[in-house]
Every structure is written in C-alpha cells, then in structure tokens.
Design a protein around this ligand. Structure first.
Ligand code: GUN
Length: 298
C-alpha cells in the first residue's frame, strides 16, 4: 500500500480563508476586530520564527496582531504584569505566551494568570478541564491548537472516527493529553503511550489511528504501523544534513510508514501549518464569545 498524503498545508490555507471571511463578517456586522497578543520572552531563534509567522498570519486574516517581545531576563513579576494588562485590554481577545519560557519563569503560573476567555492556546486548567467534561456538540471554549488541527485533518481524511482504535504517543499538556480527550469525544478507543509504555510497537500495531507527538525524530518505525492505519505526525526535529543544509523530520519514519499506512501527514507541510490556522480560528471564536455570539461555523 502507498499511503495518500494528508496535505495540512492546503487544509490550513482553506481554514485561514474561512477565518478571514468570519473576521470580515464580524467587522461588518458588529464593528468588532478580533485581536491576538503574542508574547515571546527571550531570543530563541525557532520561537522568533514561530512568533513572527503567527503575527503575520493574524494580520493577513484581518485581525489585529500585538507583538510583545521581552528580553530573556524579564522577571516573572514583570511578565505577570503584562498578562494583567492584556487581560484588561478590550482590543485583545486572545493571548498566546510562546513556550518554552526561560527557566526562571514558572510557565504554570503564567498560564494560570491568563483570563480563560482569552486563553486561545487552551492550556489553562479551566479550558483543559472543560475539554475533559465536554459532552457532544460544538466546543464553546478554546481547545489547544495543535491537537485541534490534528483532529480536523483526521475528520477530513476519515469522516467518522467512531469506534476506531487510536493511540497517542506522548502525554504532553500541549498535545498528547488534549489530543486523547478529543479522540475520546469522537468515540475512539484511546491509548495514551509514553516513555514508560511496555511494548510500544505492539500497541501501535493495533491502532487504526496513530498520533505521534514524542519529539523524538523517526522513533515510530514502519513495521509498527497497522496496514491501512491513518498516521498523524506532530514531531518537528531540525537536523543538519552532511551537506550542511537543514531539514525538518517527524516522529515517524515517513518512507517506511507510507508503504503501510492508508494516509499520513508529511513533515513539513502536515500538522505544522494547522497549529497557526487553529490559533486564528480560536481567536475569532473568542472575539465572538466576548460579545455573546455563538461560535461561527468555520
Ligand atoms: N510552543 C510550541 N508550540 C506551542 C503552542 O502551541 N503554544 C505555545 N504557547 N507555545 C508553543
């Protein structure tokens, strides 16, 4: 079998277009411009690239983008002060603090300080808890962007996920845990695997849906994939080739897995572009909620 490629780049472009239309409608009908504040502490080059791209795409969608780039030695108190000001600012409907933060700042205290209504990353205890408790029907609170994007790709590729055996490899707060919750809501039978899991290859071989979010390059081998499975690769590891060129590779051995799977996301061009598109989606929905409107169908 040769897997079909799940084109996250194309899906994300379509999603951004729909978000742009929803933004235009909100402006025209209610005079409201959604605003997203992105906060970066320090000068990590990869984070700088992400943050620039988030703000650029925010503005391209017709929203207001507010960049806050702070030096690496910014104190936790100063960062909490900024979060307080953004919480109070009526032009800001979404706040994203780029992770990881420098070691002297407790991410948990910063995330806890963000108003849950503006937590477009879905990382606060309030929004993570809402996801655990959510029943069927539309989710009317922000859900973590990367797992939300993975779910959109899965539903687009498979239609109904009901009854599927799914495995999520990785248990992070940002991806693994919310991903598992979303799959349970879709009536999948979900296994969450991690570094202490016994017989990971055997568990993976049972899965109709495999989501890899380990951050370990090409850790998932081709012969771990069930024939006909759908594979979503969240990993992005930057490697330098012998010729000095940089390349991005995923958590899954793509060449071997695509010989077995039904469908698979590439790296790059799979999950990556979905994260920012979902951030824009979460921001326009947060802006709508701020004036009592129901979620738009996007
Ligand atoms: N760093 C890498 N991915 C993310 C993300 O989705 N949200 C935030 N806040 N930081 C990140």
């Amino acid at each position: 079998m040769t897997a079909s490629i799940i084109d996250g780049k194309a899906y994300a472009a379509g999603l951004r277009e729909r978000v742009t239309r929803a933004v235009a409608a909100l402006k025209a009908e209610r005079g409201l411009t959604p605003g997203l504040a992105v906060v970066l502490v320090g000068d990590d080059p990869a984070s700088q690239v992400y943050v620039r791209s988030k703000t650029k795409q925010t503005r391209e969608a017709g929203m207001a983008g507010f960049d806050h780039v702070l030096p690496a030695n910014t104190s936790e108190v100063a960062l909490l002060g900024l979060i307080g000001r953004l919480n109070a600012d009526p032009a800001v409907h979404g706040i994203l603090v780029q992770l990881p933060l420098p070691g002297h700042i407790a991410s948990s205290r910063i995330i806890a300080a963000i108003d849950p209504a503006k937590d477009v990353d879905g990382l606060s205890a309030t929004n993570a808890g809402r996801l655990v408790q959510a029943g069927a029907g539309p989710l009317d609170f922000p859900v973590a962007c990367t797992p939300l994007g993975c779910l959109m790709l899965l539903k687009d590729s498979l239609g109904s996920l009901s009854g599927a055996d799914a495995i999520v490899v990785g248990r992070s707060t940002l991806v693994g845990k919310p991903m598992a919750q979303l799959l349970v809501r879709e009536d999948c039978t979900v296994t969450i695997a991690h570094s202490r899991t016994r017989d990971l290859p055997g568990l993976c071989r049972r899965a109709d849906i495999l989501v890899a979010a380990t951050g370990r390059a090409e850790m998932i081998k081709g012969d771990w994939i069930k024939p006909g499975a759908t594979v979503i690769d969240v990993g992005i590891t930057r490697v330098t080739r012998p010729d000095g060129k940089q390349r991005l590779i995923g958590d899954v051995d793509f060449a071997a897995a695509s010989a077995v799977a039904r469908a698979i996301t590439p790296v790059p061009g799979g999950v990556g572009p979905m994260t920012v598109a979902c951030l824009l989606h979460n921001t326009v929905q947060a802006a709508r909620r701020s004036i009592g409107l129901p979620p738009a169908t996007i």
